[in-house]
Design a protein around this ligand. Structure first.
Ligand code: FES
Length: 112
């Protein structure tokens, strides 16, 4: 485990998302779902690597702005299409600090 501090809870309010750069340079999307659960996902869409933070979060559903692929942020699985998914990174919240471990999870890509 190589947890690194990416942001604080003040950076990502409930029902909101933002992206941050991990120490290895990869983009990480941090989402705070309704109810306060904090999730971290690959920052770029598995379809054609558009930044997911430029998309829309409605409830638990994240929609990529480019071609409207949708993902369920509670499971990281694709909704439309339903045979894709985004990589989810382990998250730990300590006080107001959000720590994420990106070391052993590779982002998904499809290029289709
Ligand atoms: S790049 Fe995200 S849906 Fe195409």
């Amino acid at each position: 485990m190589a947890m690194e501090k990416l942001c604080t809870l003040d950076d990502v309010w409930e029902g909101d998302m933002d992206s941050f750069e991990a120490n290895d340079g990869r983009e990480v999307l941090v989402v705070c779902l309704d109810g306060g659960a904090v999730k971290a996902f690959q920052g770029v869409c598995p379809h054609q690597e558009i930044s997911l933070v430029e998309g829309e979060l409605k409830g638990n559903v994240l929609t990529c702005r480019a071609h409207l692929w949708q993902f369920d942020c509670t499971t990281a699985k694709g909704i439309n299409p339903d045979d894709c998914q985004i990589a989810e990174y382990p998250v730990q919240v300590t006080g107001d600090d959000v720590y994420v471990d990106v070391a052993n999870v590779e982002p998904f890509t499809s290029h289709s």
